[in-house]
Design a protein around this ligand. Structure first.
Ligand SMILES: *Cc1c(COP(=O)(O)O)cnc(C)c1O
Length: 228
């Protein structure tokens, strides 16, 4: 089992490196976050043994259970799922990153609840880049105002933007949504925010995301196989 995880990890890293080269991104410009939601703790342990350190989780209780079981390993946990207002405290206390902040109120709670003993919580704002009615995320038009307000919260460090575009058939069709997120990020940077993270790209579209400037790809299925 360990070999199988090491093989999949190598294959995904190879895809990332190939895309970096093909699209003139500096080597190592794109970080891999392993999305382990619904996967057993044994799978996370196997992926960690293969050399992966950053893991993304969508459900608070499931993530806390894995953190407790794997406390002996130096792993970095990222919360990437929808945030319920009554679950912000464990997120503020136990995670290093949150990619799915999509309301100012949630950011304020996370900042207030981030323990003083820990470094600031790294956050990305989630953008509903295709303006899909059923999707989480900020409307693109509200991003700059919310980003300015989040950037001054004392216990958060605003790192950039995150999006999950609507599924698209192929590489060419996948690129425009990622390009729009990149443009939004460039506008925030031009307005004076120091951002370094563009969290975009998953198992089926990471090449298109890297072509458009992703600095972090969130990959589940290609690493762990189908979710249960
Ligand atoms: C599940 C999930 C992923 C991983 O998706 P795959 O297609 O399995 O790679 C990435 N980002 C978020 C926010 C997710 O919920």
């Amino acid at each position: 089992m360990t070999t199988e995880f090491a093989d999949r990890l190598r294959a995904v890293r190879d895809r990332i490196h190939a895309a970096e080269q093909r699209f003139q991104r500096p080597p190592g410009a794109v970080r891999l976050l392993a999305v382990s939601k619904t996967q057993p703790v044994t799978a996370v342990a196997a992926m960690a043994a293969a050399g992966q350190t950053g893991f993304g989780e969508n459900y608070v209780q499931e993530a806390l259970d894995k953190m407790t079981e794997l406390a002996a390993l130096a792993l970095e946990w990222h919360f990437i799922g929808p945030i319920q207002a009554n679950k912000t405290r464990p997120i503020a206390e136990r995670f290093a990153w949150v990619h799915s902040v999509d309301r100012l109120k949630l950011a304020e709670r996370l900042s207030a609840q981030r323990p003083a003993s820990l470094p600031p919580l790294n956050v990305c704002l989630q953008v509903n880049i295709d303006r899909e009615p059923t999707k989480h995320g900020l409307d693109p038009a509200e991003v700059s105002a919310i980003a300015a307000a989040v950037a001054v919260l004392p216990r958060l460090r605003l790192r950039g933007l995150m999006a999950i575009p609507a599924p698209a058939a192929d590489f060419a069709a996948q690129r425009p949504a990622f390009a729009r997120l990149r443009t939004l990020q460039d506008q925030l940077t031009a307005a004076g925010l120091a951002l370094d993270t563009l969290s975009m790209g998953m198992s089926d579209d990471l090449e298109a995301a890297i072509a458009e400037g992703a600095t972090l790809v969130r990959v589940g299925t290609a690493l762990f196989g189908p979710r249960r």
